[in-house]
Design a binder for this molecule. Structure first.
Ligand SMILES: Cc1cc2nc3c(=O)[nH]c(=O)nc-3n(C[C@H](O)[C@H](O)[C@H](O)COP(=O)(O)O)c2cc1C
Length: 440
């Protein structure tokens, strides 16, 4: 048997799975609705996975997953005190990641994670995966969850409302990740209909049983990503309950379930600070992270152990390396310089990663719009040309970048002077060092 684990690209085709009737899960949204639409070209993988041949290809042994099992046996028999200790020892073993790519459906997929890692991200979440579909549908598994050896630390996120199904899904990914995460924050209508995400805030006993099930039976720790309640006291009790149930890492998005629009509502860092003070496990802050000054302020104000960023990373995957879009330089032009990098450069790097680690075209299309959005506003006919394509190719996308460059109006990413100096020191022969925590 060919050992795919020793190659750089891992898809769950290699994992034991229950044979199933194939269901065309053409996008997560559609998959969640259980109402598969006709197959769309954008849902096809951009290319066949490249198998990177190595000398070990004939070695049929399983990969060394020891690092992901550092918590040892499930925490079934541990006291609260020992669980907290183990939570910290695991977090420390991972290098206490501070700068983390948030989970994003259709957007925090492998090539995007790898791009962000190159530019300073210490860890990353997968997009939310639907636990039931994940257990039932091989095609969904293979398409929606891919990873590689360099894709660590990795947090695999699921939505779930059934403890047994959640455990089944989690067991399939535990050798490839450092946390299995439960999405307790999705506020969308689809989550209401499916009874998951932030709507589980109405059924805390179920949340408790989901976390307990995994904490007691899984070898990797369980993490949770929550939203805050309107009342601080409720948020604190919620966080304490999760810790008690066996959660080892808590990410707190400082907006309530009703505060859906991140641009309209500022995340409440005070609530995150209160949670951090109330629990003893590592806590991550989420919301309002648009550049590295925000990171510094957020860590100082909340006392959190790390931050997640979502929307801003989509536009600027080099955010954690200190690069900022023009929007965050206005009024402070003197202290910022052209960082010799722009969003088109980042898109080209992303596309190359997609050639190496194939993903559905719909994900690539979404990233093209985000990364080139500012350029498209100046040259809308290029966007129209893109939208007119029912089937994308890499050639077409590289051409778009060339076309925009020829049309002119380059929009640089900027670095603060202090960050330029640090960057110069950190650049290695391999490109950017994965260590930009010191740039602020
Ligand atoms: C495109 C997109 C997809 C998202 N998908 C998920 C998801 O799968 N799971 C999740 O917990 N949150 C998801 N979120 C929410 C983000 O993880 C994050 O909590 C939210 O955007 C606030 O962070 P920000 O202010 O840095 O954008 C998504 C956000 C965006 C923009």
């Amino acid at each position: 048997m060919k050992n795919l684990f020793s190659s750089q690209f891992i898809s769950l085709e290699t994992l034991p799975s229950t044979p199933l009737k194939p269901l065309m899960a053409s996008s997560l949204t559609h998959a969640l609705c259980q109402d598969p639409p006709p197959p769309h070209l954008d849902d096809l993988l951009c290319s066949k996975p490249q198998q990177h041949q190595t000398e070990d290809d004939n070695d049929t042994s399983l990969p060394d997953t020891s690092s992901s099992f550092c918590l040892g046996s499930p925490s079934r028999y541990l006291s609260g005190e020992s669980r907290v200790e183990r939570a910290w020892s695991h977090w420390t073993k991972l290098g206490r990641p501070k700068l983390i790519v948030a989970p994003m459906v259709d957007n925090s997929e492998l090539p995007f994670r790898m791009l962000c890692r190159k530019y300073g991200a210490d860890a990353a979440y997968t997009p939310m995966l639907h636990s039931r579909i994940f257990t039932e549908n091989e095609k969904y598994r293979n398409q929606e969850f891919t990873t590689c050896q360099e894709d660590r630390p990795l947090f695999v996120q699921f939505c779930a409302n059934n403890p047994d199904t959640f455990l089944d899904a989690a067991r399939r990914v535990e050798p490839y990740c450092d946390y299995v995460d439960i999405n307790l924050g999705c506020p969308q209508r689809i989550a209401r209909r499916g009874n998951y995400g932030a709507f589980l805030m109405d059924n805390l006993p179920l949340v408790k049983s989901l976390v307990e099930k995994l904490a007691c039976n899984l070898h990797v720790p369980v993490s949770c990503k929550i939203r805050v309640f309107p009342k601080l006291e409720d948020t604190i009790n919620y966080a304490k309950m999760l810790e008690e149930a066996g959660c080892s890492l808590l990410a707190v998005h400082g907006r309530t379930r009703d505060e859906k629009d991140g641009k309209k509502f500022r995340a409440d860092w005070k609530a995150i600070k209160a949670v951090k003070s109330a629990v003893r496990i590592p806590v991550l802050a989420n919301g309002n992270i648009r550049h590295m000054d925000d990171v510094q302020n957020c860590l100082e104000e909340t006392g959190a152990d790390g931050v997640l960023s979502a929307e801003s990373l989509l536009e600027n995957p080099a955010l954690f390396a200190g690069f900022r879009t023009a929007e965050w330089v206005i009024g402070d032009e003197k202290r910022n310089r052209d960082g010799n990098l722009d969003q088109a450069d980042l898109l080209v790097e992303y596309l190359k990663l997609c050639e190496k680690y194939p993903v559905p075209w719909r994900m690539i299309r979404a990233h093209v719009h985000k990364m080139l959005g500012d350029w498209f506003r100046i040259h809308p006919h290029v966007r129209e040309d893109l939208n007119a394509q029912s089937r994308l190719t890499f050639e077409f996308l590289y051409n778009i970048v060339d076309q925009l460059r020829e049309l002119g109006g380059r929009i640089p990413l900027y670095l603060k002077d202090v960050e330029v100096d640090t960057l110069a020191a950190e650049v290695t022969a391999n490109g950017l060092a994965n260590n930009f925590c010191n740039t602020w």
